[in-house]
Design a protein. Structure first.
Length: 349
């Protein structure tokens, strides 16, 4: 069954990422810490899938990899030949190039391809969280508090260690996703949870003020990001309201069905929007004009490559992600909790 609330959180997080990369202002990270939210949602849905696996986590892992990697490979199929043809003077040897097949570390790239490669850290971290989830979920159900606190403590000692730092920064959010799925967040009293969330947010802000003078962007301060994101995710996943407002239902469904493609291609579209925008006079609308151009450019990979996500999810391939109207019968079944998939036949992921 699709969880409209989690889908809405993920869609909002993706929109916020696009806005931030167009308008790179620090306050957006405080208004809505998108990456922490995305990892929290991912942890909840991963726990759901593992619980449904009947003791066969390898099937869940295979399904998750199938949902994640083909869209990533499509990016590599375009970008790697382009970098080679353009002259990749410091091209690494083949073992490192294999990271474009199995992104267990940051895939290499050229300087001009940085808009496409700099956002791949999320794909790398997400892949590691998926692979580690059977062990993490096992540990969480035996030692819930310690499993959440270990990555939070680790972020203060590892320094700049690439993927390890990313896992430590957002590990607590992923584990809170487990707590959401198990109902543990609902069992915490509202005053206590509010106090915990406020303490995390306050500690994150205090870390910025006391230990990062002159630097205010949470993306540049892993310790503050970890604390602040954790506080936000505790509150957002505790709320879990039933959403009945439907005007944006198709938009949320469309964004979720193309989430990986949107994430992978949004930054190249933003980079290209400044060249294209100058040609068509987007500057007349200020930065908003360039954002509109970027969204227009993003339609190209969504139409040309978005169908890969349909095939990966074993849905009928569509050039556009807009699904047909959901029947009243399906709405009633979804409200009753026995509909496994609406909006295009996709399972929660």
């Amino acid at each position: 069954m699709r969880d409209r609330y989690l889908d809405s959180l993920r869609a909002a997080a993706i929109v916020r990422v696009i806005v931030y990369h167009t308008f790179p202002v620090a306050w957006l990270g405080y208004a809505f810490p998108a990456m922490g939210v995305m990892f929290g949602v991912g942890g909840s849905l991963m726990a759901l899938s593992l619980d449904r696996s009947n003791g066969a986590p390898d099937h869940v892992l295979a399904s998750r990899l199938r949902r994640l990697l083909p869209a990533f490979w499509a990016l590599g199929a375009v970008l790697v030949p382009a970098m080679l043809l353009a002259g990749w003077s410091d091209r690494p040897h083949w073992p490192k190039l294999l990271l474009w097949l199995a992104p267990l570390g940051q895939p290499p790239g050229t300087e001009w391809a940085l808009p496409a490669t700099e956002v791949l850290w999320y794909i790398v971290a997400y892949l590691w969280f998926v692979l580690l989830s059977p062990i993490l979920l096992w540990a969480y159900r035996r030692w819930p508090l310690r499993t959440a606190l270990i990555p939070l403590a680790l972020v203060f000692v590892v320094g700049d260690a690439g993927v390890v730092t990313d896992l430590a920064t957002f590990g607590a959010c992923w584990v809170v996703g487990f707590a959401h799925r198990d109902g543990a967040l609902r069992r915490i009293s509202t005053p206590l949870l509010a106090a915990l969330a406020a303490a995390c947010v306050t500690a994150g802000v205090a870390w910025v003020v006391l230990f990062s003078p002159g630097v205010y962007d949470l993306n540049d301060i892993p310790q503050a990001q970890a604390l602040y994101s954790l506080g936000f995710v505790l509150v957002l996943l505790r709320l879990s309201p039933r959403l009945t407002w439907r005007p944006l239902e198709r938009v949320v469904s469309a964004v979720n069905s193309r989430a990986v493609t949107i994430y992978l291609w949004h930054n190249p579209a933003i980079a290209a929007s400044f060249v294209v925008g100058d040609l068509i006079g987007a500057w007349r609308l200020g930065q908003v004009g360039y954002l509109l151009v970027a969204l227009g450019l993003l339609l190209a990979p969504l139409v040309l490559l978005g169908w890969i996500e349909d095939v990966s999810a074993r849905r009928p391939a569509r050039l556009l992600s807009w699904s047909g109207p959901i029947s009243r019968r399906d709405r009633r079944r979804a409200a009753a909790g026995d509909l496994r998939s609406v909006s295009g036949g996709d399972r929660a992921a």
